[in-house]
Write a protein that binds this ligand. Sequence first.
Ligand code: CTP
Length: 409
Amino acid sequence: MLAGKRIVLGVTGGIAAYKAVEVCRRLVDAGAHVTPIMTDGARHFVGETTLSTLASEAVRTSLWEIDHGADGSPITHTRLGQTADLVIVAPATARVISDLRTGRSADLLSATLIATTAPVLLAPAMHTEMWEHPAVRENLEVLATRGVHVVPPEEGRLAGGDSGAGRLADPATIVEAAEKVLAGTSAAADLAGLAVLVTAGGTREPIDPVRFIGNRSSGKQGYAVAAEAASRGARVTLVTTVDRPPAAGVEVVRVDTADEMHAAVAERSPTCDVVVMAAAVADFKPVDPADRKIKKAGGVPEVVLEPTVDILAALGAAKPAGQTLVGFAAETDDLRANAEAKLSAKGADLIVANDVSAPGAGFEHDTNEVVLLSATGATEVARADKRRIAKAVLDAVTTLRTPNPGSQS
Ligand code: CTP
């Protein structure tokens, strides 16, 4: 898997930088072409000569080096970013993680990370307090929704005699993760040429200009489906109620209400090959939202509700030939029976059913645990991060779209 692959190995400033030398050696031994980049911080921890000697090329350290590469390009970061099959950052400090999340191009490594369209694998290493800081957690969560891969740190001895979570993963584990990422991307083109529409987030139904009826959906699962579909070569449109940056290449349409989501989906779905309704669409909306803020002094208001359009059912009733329609089922009891009823009632080809009351599954969590139901049967997908669940959903979609050779007359 690694033989012949061009890998940029970014090394940042942490005590674990010495282990990057071992990562580099293992990658080169496996036949990869490794170009190392060191940040200024990394140069305090390991010698450039060591890494240059073991890698396939001399270490790069500066945005300002003129690099007349094979194609004559003078611009190092864009050339390295464009030609890489994979960019690994090991160790990845809180700083480089934050730069990648915000798109800050502070040095050659962060510029390369922003310039590349290759998959990115981060191996974070830092003190436990930093690893557990909400800012670092949130940065990694956002990066995961954009398809960035992470080899989590391990528990063990840290710099300064401390111990806890935050120790760089073993070099063998990092190289294994790199192989998996490359294996995933080589199967990646299976959605090339397909138009995929995904919805994400919970709709907001206004009661007045400041209040709404909403739900707990975070949009994470829909964003993960959009990111996975884009990384497998699809043209992806994401209709979302959530203000969060999407994965590279995903076109975003922002909506708020069920009616707006319906209009956005109805306009685009007829030309789509796959539609995934991951959004939590409100079932009811206030009949007559007030156009001014309802004042407390006026007494407790009576909010009369009416049903919204069932977007999935409407799509199912008018499904163009060749389109694969995927719905979700958020349940708190009788998961299978309720989900099976939704499969037939809504005319979907696949229902992704989740028990939203189970620990670590459903709304707001980073993980999920689902049952995939189609006319051909049910498959359980064990608890995993939402990107992996997205992969299982799209694997099921490709299976459903593959003609069964036995069915031809
Ligand atoms: N859905 C939709 N339009 C609605 C309500 C739901 O398109 N007005 C879609 C959701 O996006 C999801 C599927 O229908 O893909 C099932 O949603 P869910 O909330 O589980 O079920 P409901 O149909 O709303 O039924 P109930 O709330 O009674 O379980």
